[in-house]
Design a binder for this molecule. Structure first.
Ligand SMILES: Cc1cc2nc3c(=O)[nH]c(=O)nc-3n(C[C@H](O)[C@H](O)[C@H](O)COP(=O)(O)OP(=O)(O)OC[C@H]3O[C@@H](n4cnc5c(N)ncnc54)[C@H](O)[C@@H]3O)c2cc1C
Length: 366
């Protein structure tokens, strides 16, 4: 499907289309992805060809809800692939927001329709902007671009022909945001040790050794105002990961009712109905916030950060309750409750992590 066609798909039909693709193509390979045996490049490309990453290419009146809904459908079945969907969505978001016409011509349509896959290395910059750690990439100006050195410990949805957005700092303290190309021999992909989950997400360490970043690949020579523009979208898009996992955990709890309802009813305030109503409230807030991602007020940004914190908390709480409801059945490796719990913790630790969000809120003006 062409990008133009994808853009005219309305939100409901995009969600339905993604739902059907997920049931047919993703469900059978979830365990292989979870175990790290498979990185689902074909699925991601198909998802892109259906328009799942294309709804926020045109920034005129942009609304992030279609992207969040599509991501929720993916995460309903697989948290790892839901996370990769966010990686790709964030990449599209960066390029769509750039003023660099050459970069947009080269990559935007191909990233939005999944022909080119990739991710985002903004964890370290996002943590550095809030005083948690120092920027790890350093760059200096040369004719026609920059030379970049340094290392990022984890960047996901990568492979030999993938691209990613991140930020380096120049000696005079200027921050520059750019797209790196994994095919560049000066950017090495380093395998990571196994994780608790997310091993099928194409996650690598990145080592830059005098990598030349041409001006054509620069998203913003002044990264700070650019980050301010994209930050709400970056954070809100992550809602799709949590919403999908929460819905599935509620479903897992519902399914135990027939055989275990007589005892599970003592899990007070941890019933599927409790989580359903908390989810509805949170979804309403996310829906509202995601329809105006360029709003600039401090009050809006606070609500975005609060919503993101609640998504992480509710995802982990629902997955925890699903474990208690399923008991020994959910404790078995063959049951998805334990996978959902491992995935849920990722929503709480991926940048902005729970602790960073709490720090941000603590330091915000009242
Ligand atoms: C599976 C997975 C995928 C990820 N994908 C991405 C991605 O696509 N893009 C992205 O930008 N970030 C990615 N991250 C990083 C993630 O977003 C967080 O930044 C990371 O989990 C650390 O957050 P934290 O709050 O624990 O950091 P902090 O508590 O602030 O501390 C983490 C610090 O510890 C150091 N550290 C500790 N243990 C190790 C180790 N074993 N190896 C290297 N460094 C270590 C790190 O340098 C880092 O500074 C990924 C992390 C994981 C686990």
């Amino acid at each position: 499907m062409s990008l133009a066609l994808a853009q005219v798909i309305d939100e409901t039909s995009l969600t339905d289309t993604v739902h059907h693709l997920v049931q047919a193509d993703l469900s059978p390979i979830v365990d292989a992805i979870d175990s790290g045996a498979l990185y689902p490049a074909d699925f991601m490309r198909k998802l892109g060809s259906l328009g799942a990453f294309g709804s926020h290419v045109d920034l005129h009146g942009v609304d992030l809800n279609p992207a969040i809904d599509a991501m929720s459908e993916v995460s309903l079945v697989c948290g790892s692939t839901g996370f990769m969907t966010w990686c790709q969505d964030a990449l599209v978001w960066y390029i769509a927001n750039s003023d660099n016409a050459a970069l947009k011509n080269k990559l935007l349509a191909r990233v939005a329709d999944g022909a080119v896959l990739g991710g985002t290395g903004l964890s370290n910059p996002m943590k550095s902007f809030f005083g948690i750690e120092k920027l790890k990439l350093k760059g200096k100006r040369v004719e026609g671009g920059y030379i970049v050195n340094g290392a990022l410990p984890w960047v996901s949805n990568l492979g030999p022909d993938h691209v990613f957005g991140t930020i380096f700092e120049t000696p005079d303290g200027e921050k520059v945001m750019f797209i790196g190309d994994c095919a560049d021999p000066a950017i090495e992909l380093l395998p990571c040790d196994p994780f608790l989950a997310m091993d099928g997400t194409g996650t690598f360490g990145l080592q830059f050794r005098n990598a030349f970043i041409p001006d054509e690949m620069v998203l913003a020579h002044a990264a700070m105002p650019f980050v301010k523009k994209i930050r709400a979208g970056f954070v809100l898009l992550q809602a799709g990961m949590g919403i999908g996992i929460i819905r599935d955990c509620i479903d897992i709890m519902q399914r135990t009712k027939t055989s275990l309802g007589h005892v599970n009813k003592y899990l007070t305030a941890q019933q599927p109905e409790d989580f359903s109503s908390a989810l509805t409230e949170l979804e309403n807030e996310v829906q509202l916030l995601a329809s105006t991602p360029f709003e600039t007020s401090d009050a809006y940004w606070r609500r975005v950060v609060e919503a993101r914190l609640q998504i992480g908390d509710l995802t982990m709480a629902t997955a925890h309750a699903a474990m208690l409801h399923t008991g020994a059945r959910g404790y078995m490796k063959s049951h998805r409750a334990q996978r959902r719990m491992r995935e849920a913790y990722f929503v709480g630790i991926v940048t902005p992590a729970t602790k960073q969000l709490r720090k941000m809120l603590a330091e915000m003006p009242a």
